[in-house]
Write a protein that binds this ligand. Structure first.
Ligand code: PLP
Length: 407
């Protein structure tokens, strides 16, 4: 499919070691590593085109603006949006969801309205709706999952009633790896005239997203999970929604005319981009999309699937007492587990001493942890540059750690 050595050579961090062992980086769901071309683009911006965007009449400012705005068009094409005005740059998925909750929810929801989400949501898709509850007494209705970690579609359908105002659901779970049937979920919601926000943070690094085909009202994601720079996220919103929504924050860039008596606002997307944007990183994000296109997200997904299936099979066969969380038929390259009753933190610490970076804890999904009756898990998550040999190193390390903690 692709030359893994060539891919790895583009990520200098993969050459480093930890405790004198080669780093095996398996925390890609938290953030993925960044290829050289993206970092080169950042350096080039700082050295050659750093000037504030949108305001300058001088050449360097115009060049910086063009680089940033070219990325907006690049993102529009990448996700199949109708218009580049539907692409709002944010700091990340978290800010994008906060924006929708505060602006859309704060304007169009009324007391007693219901918002459907799922028990597998990241805090980023729970807490913004709870903050909104300080302004409007909305009711959150989380949909349950089965023992494999798959959404209960019948329950989802049964939640719709005349009070249902909105659906906010993750495309892919960051803990269970479950890929939710978002197209179907959107179709059902639209059948009740209910708009849908999809939290795509965990899906878009390995899924071809076409927002028009999905018919999503809002779709959110973060560059840093897509081999891109930190500090950049995207809120896709249908123009009819973005046009009807009030600004989220006030300041420069988002205005039309300002006076002490009355201020009018810019049209979307600038209406939602108050202040100087992270124009350097936004411009470099384009290079991460080039990388994804060059390798092919379908190839990335296939590679990660192979690693996940291989690792899961070996874990079940070779690690006595292993407990896996999330075994959905459709899942991405995330494996959440516990070594018997050993604490996830101890497992993570010992794996680190063996050069292996995994995430431990509640993964910003405490309601899901409560639902599963656990405090946290250890999570290994794969990316395009991970290898079968790294999985072998991981499994061998896991065997040692298991013997230490449970032997
Ligand atoms: N939603 C999901 C499913 C996530 O996994 C994450 C990050 O882990 C987020 C939202 C928040 O993303 P960010 O921290 O980039 O805003």
């Amino acid at each position: 499919m692709f030359d893994i050595n060539d891919i790895r050579s583009q990520f200098p961090i993969l050459d480093r070691s930890v405790y004198n062992r080669p780093l095996v980086y398996l925390d890609n769901a938290a953030t993925s590593q960044t290829p050289r071309r993206v970092v080169d683009a950042i350096e080039k911006s700082y050295f050659e085109t750093k000037a504030n965007v949108h305001r300058g009449v001088f050449s360097v400012s115009q060049e910086a603006t063009e680089l940033m705005e070219a990325t907006r068009t690049r993102v529009q094409k990448y996700i199949g949006a109708e218009s580049r005005d539907e692409i709002v740059f944010t700091r990340g998925t978290t800010e994008a969801i906060n924006l929708v909750a505060a602006s859309y929810g704060g304007t169009f929801f009324k007391d007693g309205d219901e918002v459907i989400l799922t028990v597998m949501e990241h805090h980023a898709n729970i807490v913004p709706w709870q903050l909104l509850q300080n302004r409007v007494k909305i009711v959150l209705r989380p949909v349950s999952i089965n023992e494999k970690g798959e959404l209960d579609i019948d329950e989802y359908k049964s939640f719709f009633n005349e009070k249902t105002r909105f659906v906010a659901v993750c495309h892919t779970s960051n803990v269970l790896g479950t890929i939710n049937p978002v197209k179907e979920l959107i179709e059902i919601a639209h059948g009740h005239n209910v708009p849908v926000l999809v939290d795509g943070a965990q899906a878009i690094p390995h899924t071809r997203i076409d927002v028009k085909d999905l018919d999503a009202d809002f779709y959110t994601f973060s560059s840093h999970k897509m081999y891109g720079p930190t500090g950049v996220g995207v809120l896709y919103g249908k123009l009819k929604h973005l046009s009807a929504m009030p600004p989220y924050q006030g300041g420069g860039e988002m205005i039309d005319q300002v006076s002490f008596e009355k201020t009018t606002y810019a049209e979307p997307p600038l209406k939602f981009e108050a202040g100087t944007p992270d124009f350097v990183d936004i411009a470099a994000f384009s290079l991460a999309l080039d990388f994804l296109d060059e390798v092919g997200v379908e190839n990335i997904a296939a590679h990660e699937k192979e690693l996940t299936e291989y690792a899961t099979k070996r874990m079940i066969a070779e690690i006595p007492g292993i407990r896996l969380f999330g075994t959905a038929e459709k899942k991405c390259g995330v494996i959440s587990f516990l070594l018997g009753h050993a604490h996830h933190y101890d497992t993570g610490m010992l794996l680190d001493k063996l050069g292996i970076a995994v995430r431990t804890g509640h993964h910003c999904a405490q309601p899901l942890m409560r639902y599963l009756g656990i405090e946290g898990t250890v999570r290994a998550s794969f990316a395009v540059y991970n290898t079968i040999e790294e999985v072998d190193t991981f499994i061998n390390a896991l065997k040692r750690v298991n013997a230490m903690l449970n032997g």
